[in-house]
Design a protein around this ligand. Structure first.
Ligand code: PBG
Length: 310
């Protein structure tokens, strides 16, 4: 009876599983601060994605691990059509054409400064960065990405990327904007995974101040105006009030990102025998849905999908 009257439902189709992809073959390199998460070479990535599709996961998101020697101040490696990410996208689309592919648009994995934009004299060059982001999105769409997801927080990038995609014949490629992304300390384990932490300074000049909520309304209005197809809030659990606010102020699909640090906390406590990982994961993901998120990105997506099945 409780099930019958439950107000919120969670299913695998609402979840997006992020993956870290690395060079090589048959390579699986664990991320120490994210137990259960590995950096995968493309062949193993395809196997895991096949498993994700079998579990009914809605989509997968890809983040490339770029070797230090390929990083540069302007992140040119992001524009190489034969780079690790475009190659992985093509391989996945060839094997699993129906699995939705979500790719990340931001410079940080490729930047020798560890920033999402181009840095000069300690400042982020917003407008110069837009040009690289536009080309990066087109490279990903050319390779077969279904949804490009700018996570960089430069102003004006949604409109710029939309026009660049349209001009390149990719009018059907969707944009999921990391619309309300906070300058958060919960991204630590993700930066370990990609070795992408800022080499100097922090991301406070482009990511949002955790003290602000009303500012989210301005970000939402701008991204809608510029042509975003989905909007995202990130991190997740500490910002469920913002998820609710976004749900109430847009008709677009709302996504939320249960980020690396949130996942790491659950795993660490479970390892100590202090929390039940399975139960806390399902409770957390259900809370995102209750707060108003249509879609949740979580490193626990496949774990949750398997639990929902059993
Ligand atoms: C950067 C990016 C970050 C995440 C996704 N894209 C980190 C950052 O802004 O420094 C974090 C995701 C996570 O912590 O799981 N473009």
């Amino acid at each position: 009876m409780r099930s019958f009257v439950a107000e919120t439902h969670l299913s695998a189709a609402d979840l997006i599983q992020p993956f870290f992809v690395t060079d090589g073959e048959d390579r699986r390199v664990p991320v120490a601060s994210m137990p259960g998460v590995d950096r995968l070479s493309t062949d193993l990535l395809i196997e895991e994605c096949r498993r994700a599709a079998g579990l009914g996961i809605g989509a997968v998101a890809l983040f490339p691990v770029v070797p230090e020697e390929s990083k540069s101040p302007r992140g040119e490696a992001a524009l190489d059509p034969d780079g690790l990410l475009p190659r992985s996208i093509r391989a996945l689309k060839a094997e699993l054409p129906d699995l939705l592919l979500f790719t990340d648009v931001a410079l940080d994995p490729y930047s020798s400064d560890g920033h999402d934009g181009i840095v000069r004299d300690g400042r982020i060059l917003n407008d110069e960065t837009l040009d690289v982001l536009e080309r990066m999105a087109v490279v990903q769409a050319d390779a077969g990405a279904d949804i490009v997801a700018p996570s960089d927080m430069m102003d004006g990038r949604i409109g710029a990327i939309r026009s660049a995609l349209d001009d390149a014949g990719h009018s059907e490629t969707a944009i999921c904007s990391y619309c309300v992304k906070y300058a958060s300390a919960f991204y630590g384990p993700f930066r370990d995974a990609l070795d992408s932490a800022p080499r100097a300074g922090d991301k406070k000049s482009y990511q949002m101040d955790p003290r602000n909520a009303r500012e989210a309304l301005r970000e939402i209005a701008l991204d809608e105006e510029e042509g975003a197809d989905w909007l995202m809030v990130k991190p997740g659990l500490p910002y469920l009030d913002v998820v609710r606010m976004m749900r109430e102020s847009t008709a677009l699909p709302v996504a939320a990102y249960h980020v690396s640090g949130e996942y790491a906390m659950l795993r660490a406590a479970a390892r100590n025998g202090w929390l039940d990982y399975d139960a806390c994961l399902l409770e957390s993901l259900t809370s995102f849905r209750r707060a108003g998120a249509d879609i949740v990105l979580t490193y626990g997506a496949m774990d949750a999908a398997a639990l929902l099945r059993s």
